[in-house]
Design a protein around this ligand. Structure first.
Ligand SMILES: Cc1cc2nc3c(=O)[nH]c(=O)nc-3n(C[C@H](O)[C@H](O)[C@H](O)COP(=O)(O)OP(=O)(O)OC[C@H]3O[C@@H](n4cnc5c(N)ncnc54)[C@H](O)[C@@H]3O)c2cc1C
Length: 406
């Protein structure tokens, strides 16, 4: 096991400290326990309170490892697959339903920012999916055609325009107006603060080692506080879920994989591109921060094994260099870039390609996890869907794709 809770390199976002919970024994004996306080955990607690559950407790362990603080801040329509790939994998109607749902959950993030008046650097300026070779360019054209055919906005951006925006050695791009970006730490802290202010009991440093239903309650074993009891549990630990749940481990619902990001010092020249963007089928993804830094991640597809199956968040030097070389090759930046941050984080691929949202085979143990790199919007939206499932509210038909009972 290469999970070393005490070892981590901080990310750019962690310049804003994470709000942590009390280091005391969580209250138990009933109510709902949410395991995890990343985007999924805080969103679950938030939506559970919103639908009327009063007694909600939330715990976390090794908080600085959470992918929530280690991502690229993109809030994207769709899933990790292009529309062309989604249709090939799941058929046109399923792809359309999933895409439509993904738009709704991106807007849900925006609405939460507005409703809670969060200072989270939220900006809805669209997204560029940039092709770096002919095959990808062809796929982009096909995706645009499919998206438009389904009634979604999607526009082609010519290579000349991309050069004006400061890129080089690129073919063309798909532009989507509705995607957005935000500061993930500020968003998570803001939602969390609201939860705590509204009675969520929040504790840090609680390592859950197992979760099992017994009769009319759930037994949660912890390293620090022994056995705790709840009426229901939400596993919101994403890639870490198999380390605390036999259900996840046995079914291999999710596999951990390491993503990596580097971030420059603020650049003197203002970037022309303001949209979050990605290249090479999403294998590289980038953002210009509010203080004019280039943040770029990815490149794991060039490593043997693709960084899959690890919990080690030590940055891989080979990937770091690959990202720097990628910037040299694809950005026209007329000044020397100094790289200030380099970090890694663990996300989760899902067995089905879709998140798992709902009850496991135990009607008291629920989950919302497995976003394969699109967790900002999906975590927040999945948690809303989960809260509706738990409250017995009506849920959209699309929920059938997210069933964790495999
Ligand atoms: C490099 C990188 C780039 C990414 N870029 C993007 C992006 O631009 N846009 C996007 O949408 N998504 C992106 N993602 C994915 C996104 O960050 C994740 O999908 C999302 O943060 C998952 O949130 P989460 O709360 O489910 O999991 P995490 O944020 O990983 O949180 C897991 C929680 O579980 C807790 N926990 C773990 N083990 C235990 C235990 N034993 N007991 C108690 N608690 C435990 C942890 O303390 C933590 O609170 C990226 C991820 C990485 C790593």
């Amino acid at each position: 096991m290469d999970f070393r809770p005490e070892v981590f390199t901080p990310s750019y976002w962690m310049d804003v400290p994470a709000i942590e919970g009390q280091m005391t024994r969580p209250r138990d004996g009933g109510g709902i326990l949410v395991i995890g306080s990343g985007l999924s955990g805080v969103s679950s607690a938030y939506w559970l309170k919103e639908v009327g559950f009063e007694d909600v407790t939330m715990v976390d362990f090794a908080l600085p490892h959470a992918a929530t603080f280690r991502n690229c801040g993109h809030i994207l329509y769709g899933t990790v697959e292009s529309m062309q790939a989604l249709v090939a994998l799941h058929g046109r109607e399923t792809a359309r339903e999933i895409w439509e749902f993904s738009i709704g959950i991106c807007h849900e993030v925006r609405e939460t920012v507005r409703r809670l008046r969060l200072d989270a650097d939220y900006e809805q300026s669209g997204y560029l999916v940039i092709a770096i070779d002919e095959t990808e360019d062809k796929e982009i054209h096909e995706s645009i055609e499919l998206l438009r055919g389904m009634g979604f906005q999607s526009d082609y951006v010519e290579p000349g325009k991309l050069r004006q925006l400061g890129f080089k050695n690129v073919r063309g791009a798909r532009y989507e107006a509705g995607s957005a970006q935000a500061h993930p730490m500020k968003f998570r802290n803001g939602v969390l603060k609201h939860c705590v202010d509204h009675g969520v009991d929040y504790h840090s440093g609680v390592r859950v080692t197992s979760v099992e239903e017994e009769g009319d309650h759930v037994l949660v074993n912890t390293e620090q506080w022994g056995q705790l009891r709840y009426d229901a549990v939400v596993i919101a630990a994403n890639a870490y879920s198999p380390l605390l749940s036999r259900y996840f481990e046995e079914r291999r619902l999710v596999e951990p994989f390491r993503g990596q990001i580097i971030t420059s010092k603020p650049l003197k020249h203002e970037f022309k591109v303001k949209h979050p963007h990605s290249f090479d089928h999403g294998y590289e993804y980038a953002l210009v921060t509010t203080d004019n830094r280039l943040m770029i991640g990815g490149w794991r597809n060039n490593t043997p094994g693709g960084e899959v199956g690890t919990y080690d968040i030590d940055p891989n030097k080979f990937v770091e260099q690959g990202l720097k070389d990628f910037v040299e090759e694809h950005y026209e930046i007329k000044e020397k870039i100094e790289w200030e941050y380099s970090w890694a984080g663990i996300m989760a691929t899902s067995k089905t390609g879709f998140p798992f949202i709902g009850p496991t085979t135990s009607p008291r143990i629920f989950t919302c996890s497995g976003y394969t790199g699109h967790g900002f919007s999906w975590a927040h939206g999945s948690a809303k869907l989960l809260a509706d499932v738990m409250a017995g509210n009506q849920v959209p038909a699309v929920a059938k794709y997210f069933n964790p009972k495999l």
